[in-house]
Design a protein around this ligand. Structure first.
Ligand code: CA2
Length: 146
């Protein structure tokens, strides 16, 4: 089972500022955590991070025919991007949305998630654990399909 983990803008800056919201661990720590989780859960994980909306769309399109499930934290594009929503709809790959923080308990502009409409599940406010939960949910979802 091949899973693509996509992280959007500024997630590469984790641990540098706003530690009260996102914690003090870095993006490299996050990758390490997801790699270990994926290994334990017996899935093959591939990683992509970009600060550019079009590059994120390209990564989703590039998953077509190759990847069984997507875990995506679109960062601030969550709240603005119809292009990312359309990309997930276009490839029709089971996708789980993850947010480290609880976007629904923060500023009102973070309460909208366009991509959630195309996702089988949205996980928010569980920190790094949310990524592990997302992989597990995809595993369950995909095993129910086969
Ligand atoms: O909670 C999440 O995972 C978010 O997707 C993180 C995004 C934010 O725009 C979303 O509303 C919620 C931000 C990514 C990290 O941004 C940083 C900001 C300052 C310092 C370090 C990272």
């Amino acid at each position: 089972m091949n899973i693509l983990i996509i992280n959007g803008p500024n997630l590469n800056m984790l641990g540098i500022r706003e530690k009260g919201i996102y914690g003090s661990e870095t993006y490299e720590d996050l990758l390490e955590y997801i790699k270990n989780s994926a290994e334990e859960l017996g899935v093959n994980a591939e990683f992509f991070q970009s600060n550019h909306e079009g590059a994120l769309v390209d990564a989703i399109q590039g998953a077509y025919g190759r990847i069984d499930g997507i875990v995506i934290n679109p960062g601030a594009y969550t709240h603005t991007s119809i292009a990312l929503l359309d990309a997930v709809k276009a490839v029709n790959i089971p996708t789980v949305e993850v947010h480290i923080s609880n976007i629904y308990e923060r500023e009102e502009f973070r309460h909208i998630s366009y991509i959630s409409q195309a996702c089988i599940l949205s996980i928010y406010g569980h920190g790094f654990l949310g990524y592990r939960e997302a992989i597990l949910a995809l595993k369950e979802h995909l095993s129910n399909l086969s």
